[in-house]
Ligand binder design. Structure first.
Ligand code: NAI
Length: 720
């Protein structure tokens, strides 16, 4: 078995330990070599069956098994259906052989077993998992637009019952800690260390010579019953409706396919069930949505986190002490993010008292973790002890990084940055990185307030900081490569994803977010009912409707940005602006005022006055409304690429999904263009139609026209 990805070692008791260890990669995946090796291993087990008393499956990698090979899955298209079906059928048939060999098989799960990894473990009769928080167990396929096609649906539904399997594992792709997997019955035993892990698995196979899977055991009843049992039959009709509600109408095919495969698989014998599951899998994997999601959430995200946009020269940097200026909503969140990873934080506001308010906010977040049992009181105390609230800039001495999050005012920011520059360097490891969390002020202008403009960078966090995974780094005209690399490393240090953009009005995320919410307002002015505006967005896959978003950011913010743009010479005013003005004139500024497009008290409800201000009409078809929201963002992003605000497709896609809610099912705002029916040419033709009907803001810019040829893609354009 040369180049095998599975090592065979048999001990004196006759137990064969199969160690998954792909020599070509740092992780095991279901590549061709795995399929070949598994086939050879099964042949040998069958041939030597008489001398094998049991099998233990484990891994030599940090993770148990990483799962499907995304590099090949992303290439599946409707033209390759037959080959894909053949491959997934073979993988399943092999695992079926493993569980029906007549030899007891136990999995010793030494690291993460997600997707294909858990599917291999599920084909074992017994599962022991290492009790380590790094070990995650689950079937996250749905998060990439897929379903577990290696028997994961069929086996978990039979093992746990339909409802539990769907809700705890399949529909949201939860990644469980070992203790939770044990509680669910997904694994049978936990082990404290690697030796105990394999020892427990060995002991189990030796003690259970007649092991068989529950579904192959006569008289086995699936927990909760099958769709033909009355209790399940009566609740089943509500499942699809609940799913639609949970997805807010977004057209994700995978959850529906999982639901169908799960229900259907329980109505047939196990081998037919595998066939059913395989067909749904092939539908998904050859479809566009899984391609989009794998591209963005796997390849694009990995490229970014792997440093694609980081200058390669400077050495890797780790911050030890950080100053945060302004202890308001954002400053407190930023202090929390640093303290969380063990960095000391000096939290400065106008007075110690004001800074303490920010620290109290952090204490609130940490307290919730303790209450939920996710953090010990001791750790929480140490966490909070890292944050020193102060009103005195001299306390910034020794900080390697300063992030300012004071009010959005250029003169104030100049003052606090220059004060920080003077104090932070004292006694520390050299001049500090000076980062600004501004959401709108140009970084080049902010850098004019300090002695060392090369050290100034934009570090734009999103609210709420503890939940939002993205940070937009903004490179000013004078920002050095060292400063950008430092900023990138610091963002990675706190576990967030940095995208890199250049300095321009609204940078990338705020600028494109602005087009989305203003388009929502324009749709309202053109006669679309408020709830239809919201539904158009939700059913296109946005997490929230534009009018809700406007109320949340407050209506005065886009108005202020519009004013600034006009001062800077912008001549075209977006039609949504007039809508905001009309509301603000009536004191309806948004959620913080309790009233905007919605009345927020006592509960959220559309303000009835909207119907008078903007009489209903059916001038805009619903599909146009949906596409206007998506297109306006895509066209504006293409302009950002053309103006070199953005220089990477990955940054655009991930920034749009993780920062401003662009629907992940399209793979991000530029992937939306490439995947549009007809490719870039199809997108351009439709954008022209929208521009003719609704305004020049939809007119595709030159960078799109250049690529509107059969083989063109925006990804290639930017990469080239
Ligand atoms: P905030 O009003 O909650 O907090 C600002 C804090 O700065 C206040 O605590 C204030 O006392 C303090 N401050 C004022 N002058 C100061 C000085 N001289 N020294 C130290 N602290 C001083 O504002 P928020 O929402 O936290 O925003 C802060 C910055 O973050 C702004 O630039 C804003 O544009 C930006 N931002 C805000 C986002 C949001 O969603 N709110 C998102 C991303 C960026």
């Amino acid at each position: 078995m040369s180049d095998s990805t599975i090592r065979w070692e048999q001990d004196a008791d006759g137990v064969v330990v199969l160690t998954l260890d792909d020599p070509s990669s740092s992780a095991n995946t279901m590549n061709d070599a795995y399929v070949r090796s598994m086939g050879e291993t099964l042949d040998r087990l069958e041939a030597e069956k008489e001398s094998v008393r049991g099998v233990v499956v484990t891994s030599a990698k940090r993770t148990f098994f990483a799962g499907g090979n995304l590099g090949s899955l992303i290439q599946a298209t409707p033209d390759t259906t037959d080959a894909v079906l053949a491959q997934v059928t073979l993988v399943k048939a092999q695992l079926r052989r493993l569980e029906t060999l007549g030899i007891p098989v136990a999995a010793a799960v030494n690291g993460a077993a997600l997707g294909g990894g858990l599917e291999i473990a599920l084909a074992c009769h017994h599962r022991v998992a290492l009790d380590d928080p790094k070990v995650k167990i689950g079937l996250p396929e749905v998060t990439l637009g897929l379903l577990p096609g290696g028997g994961g649906v069929v086996r978990t539904v039979r093992l746990l019952g339909l409802t539990t399997a769907l809700l705890e594992l399949l529909l949201q792709g939860q990644q469980l800690r070992p203790s939770k997997a044990l509680e669910l019955g997904l694994v049978h035993e936990l082990a404290a260390d690697r030796d105990e892990l394999v020892a427990k698995a060995r002991a189990w196979v030796l003690a259970n010579p007649d092991a068989a899977q529950p579904w192959d055991t006569k008289g086995y009843k699936v927990p909760g019953g099958t769709p033909s049992s009355p209790s399940l039959a009566s609740t089943l009709p509500a499942f699809p409706a609940n799913l639609t509600k949970q997805l807010k109408g977004a057209p994700y095919p995978a959850p529906y396919a999982i639901l169908s495969a799960a229900v259907e698989s329980l109505q047939v014998d196990v081998d037919t069930a595998f066939t059913v599951e395989g067909r749904y899998f092939v539908d998904l994997v050859t479809g566009q949505v899984s391609t989009n999601m794998i591209q963005a959430l796997w390849f694009d995200l990995n490229a970014i986190n792997g440093g694609a946009s980081r200058p390669s020269g400077p050495e890797r940097y780790t911050a030890a002490k950080v100053g945060v200026l302004g202890a308001g909503m954002m400053g407190a969140g930023i202090a929390h993010a640093f303290a969380k990873v063990g960095v000391d934080v000096v939290l400065k506001d106008v007075s110690t008292e004001a800074a303490e308010k920010g620290k109290a906010h952090v204490a609130g977040l940490v307290g919730k973790q303790v209450a939920r049992g996710r953090m010990t009181q001791e750790k929480a105390d140490a966490f909070l002890a890292r944050i020193t609230p102060t009103g005195d800039a001299a306390d910034l001495a020794g900080c390697d990084v300063v992030v300012e999050a004071v009010f959005e005012d250029q003169a104030l920011k100049h003052r606090v940055l220059s004060e920080a520059e003077a104090n932070a360097g004292v006694g520390g490891g050299g001049p500090a990185l000076l980062a600004s969390n501004t959401s709108t002020l140009p970084i080049t202008g902010l850098a004019e307030g300090v002695q060392r403009p090369a050290d100034v960078v934009g570090m734009h966090f999103f609210s709420p900081v503890d939940k939002m995974p993205l940070v937009e780094l903004i490179v000013g005209e004078r920002t050095s490569d060292e400063a950008l690399a430092r900023a990138y490393d610091v963002v990675r240090q706190i576990g967030k994803t940095p995208i890199v953009v250049s300095d321009s009005r609204g940078f990338f995320t705020s600028r494109v977010f602005g087009t989305l919410v203003l388009e929502g307002a324009a749709l309202l002015a053109e006669g679309l009912a408020p709830m239809s505006v919201e539904r158009a967005a939700l059913q296109a896959g946005f997490p929230a409707g534009p009018l809700t978003l406007l109320d949340e950011v407050t209506l005065t913010l886009p108005l202020k940005i519009n004013e600034e743009a006009a001062k800077a010479g912008a001549t075209q005013e977006h039609p949504g602006i007039a809508v905001l003005r009309a509301l603000v004139e009536q004191g309806r500024t948004g959620k913080s005022a309790g009233k905007g497009f919605f009345d927020w008290q006592p509960e959220k409800r559309v303000w009835p006055g909207l119907a008078e201000l903007f009489p209903a009409s059916d001038a805009v078809p619903f599909r146009d409304a949906q596409e206007r929201l998506l297109f306006v963002m895509a066209v504006e992003t293409a302009r950002c690429v053309e103006e070199k605000v953005l220089s990477s497709v990955e940054d655009a896609n991930i920034g749009s999904i993780m920062g401003i809610g662009f629907p992940p099912l399209y793979g991000g705002v530029l992937q939306y263009v490439d995947q549009y029916p007809g490719g870039v040419a199809g997108f351009v033709a439709r954008a022209d139609e929208l521009a003719d009907a609704y305004g020049e803001r939809f007119r595709p810019p030159a960078i799109l026209l250049e690529r509107a040829v059969p083989a063109g893609s925006l990804r290639a354009a930017v990469a080239g």
